[in-house]
Design a protein around this ligand. Structure first.
Ligand code: ZN
Length: 412
């Protein structure tokens, strides 16, 4: 079977003029797949109409796509009268994507098939993110181990996508905040290390795209996705497309300097939203409160105060722990004030709250909404809906895989 990369290589070729026929065929195949991605299935007549191509040409190209293993024939439509056409759809197993999400304290790795179903996944692999070559090697080792475990599907993996916190430029393939010590862009390092095309993306942008294409989004096209986790990030979708800014630095909501404090943020500046409202800040605040003698059920769950992580605070809040709820509520007020500024700037149709803190649902949502009501113009905030992510912790892995598929097929 031909690799999907070979089938679509004429689309990327610099020698398009010398390969006009190959280019046109690859373009038509791309259009057919893109129709099947959006519509899920289609008949020859529908594909002919959608691509403005003759029925015989569509027939011929569909047969090629079937031989190449990208499309499957589902047989004839069962209902209706008259001559029944065959229905065609994507072959879920024609290509696999390896998605890796690196968080500050764990990593998640998954293999997804061509229709974005998770085939294999390992969540919460313990990891401590540092910007060192040893840490990068350890990450690669985890990926190797995961691939070896699922070696049967290895030859079908067509690309590897890495979601990283901080400033990431998917176009140049550079990550500026982590693993930025190689002489070539991180994307190239991944490509060479794993032998398939590599992609890098900001973690929150990948989550935002996952929610947009497969999650909570219905018909909205202008969306802000707020990632409330150890850090605070934002994914921006404008007219249905992910917005990254000139060099991939857009969306650093957590570093908006509107707090009047002297706490130094990990970015080096003072007064960032993250210094008081992020998961890292909440963890510090919880430790300080316990050291002052304020009680919380959390102390029954850990051996020492030093062991407290964001997840403990979230679990405690869900179990009605007053201190955890109070800390989340104060963080929510500050996040809400920040979102009020965003509403005035972007006037989005939808704001999605994702990340670990968003799993506390009303505990975080209510103080956020109350603060938005207080700080934004009523006309503006009633124009926007607020939803909690439905893909939860899988949003980034699904988003990364979708972005890889789109970039492979040159779809926007
Ligand atoms: Zn900062």
């Amino acid at each position: 079977m031909k690799s999907i990369i070979d089938i679509f290589s004429p689309l990327k070729s610099d020698l398009i003029t010398n390969n006009a026929v190959l280019y046109k065929t690859a373009l038509l195949k791309r259009d057919i797949l893109s129709f099947l991605i959006i519509q899920n299935k289609g008949t020859i007549a529908e594909l002919s109409q959608a691509t403005k191509t003759s029925i015989p040409k569509i027939n011929e190209t569909i047969n090629e796509l079937i031989t190449e293993g990208l499309v499957i024939d589902h047989g004839k439509i069962l209902n209706g009268v008259g001559r029944k056409p065959n229905i065609y759809g994507l072959n879920p197993n024609s290509a696999y994507f390896l998605s890796v999400e690196v968080n500050r304290h764990n990593i998640n790795i998954a293999i997804l098939n061509f229709v974005e179903e998770i085939v294999h996944i390992e969540r919460d692999i313990p990891f401590y993110l540092q910007n060192t070559p040893a840490c990068f090697e350890s990450l690669c080792h985890h990926i190797d181990t995961f691939i070896e475990k699922h070696a049967n599907d290895r030859h079908k993996i067509v690309s590897i996508g890495l979601n990283l916190t901080g400033r990431v430029d998917h176009v140049s393939g550079n990550s500026y905040s982590y693993f930025n010590f190689h002489s070539t862009p991180l994307r190239e390092v991944l490509t060479q290390r794993f032998g398939v095309p590599g992609y890098v993306e900001n973690d929150t942008r990948a989550m935002a795209f996952g929610e947009y294409a497969k999650g909570v989004v219905e018909n909205e096209k202008n969306i802000l996705f707020i990632n409330l986790d150890d850090g605070i990030g934002m994914g921006i979708i404008i007219n249905g497309a992910l917005y990254s800014g000139k060099s991939g630095f857009a969306g650093e909501f957590g570093h908006m300097p509107f707090l009047n404090n002297d706490i130094i943020c990990h970015c080096g500046k003072k007064g960032c939203l993250e210094t008081e409202a992020s998961g890292v800040a909440l963890t510090l605040q919880m430790k300080e409160a316990l050291l002052k003698g304020i009680s919380s059920s959390i102390t029954e769950k850990v051996n020492s105060i030093d062991d407290i992580k964001l997840q403990h605070i979230i679990s405690a809040a869900k179990n009605d722990d007053i201190l955890a709820i109070e800390l989340l509520s104060k963080a929510g007020e500050k996040i809400g004030k920040g979102i009020a500024i965003l509403l005035n700037l972007f006037n989005p149709e939808l704001v999605i709250l994702g990340g670990k803190i968003a799993t506390t649902e009303s505990i975080i949502l209510l103080p956020i909404l109350s603060s938005i009501n207080k700080f934004s113009l009523n006309l503006v905030n009633t124009d926007t809906s607020f939803k909690i992510s439905t893909l939860g912790e899988d949003a980034g892995l699904i988003g990364s895989s979708l972005l890889m598929r789109n970039r492979l097929l040159d779809l926007s």
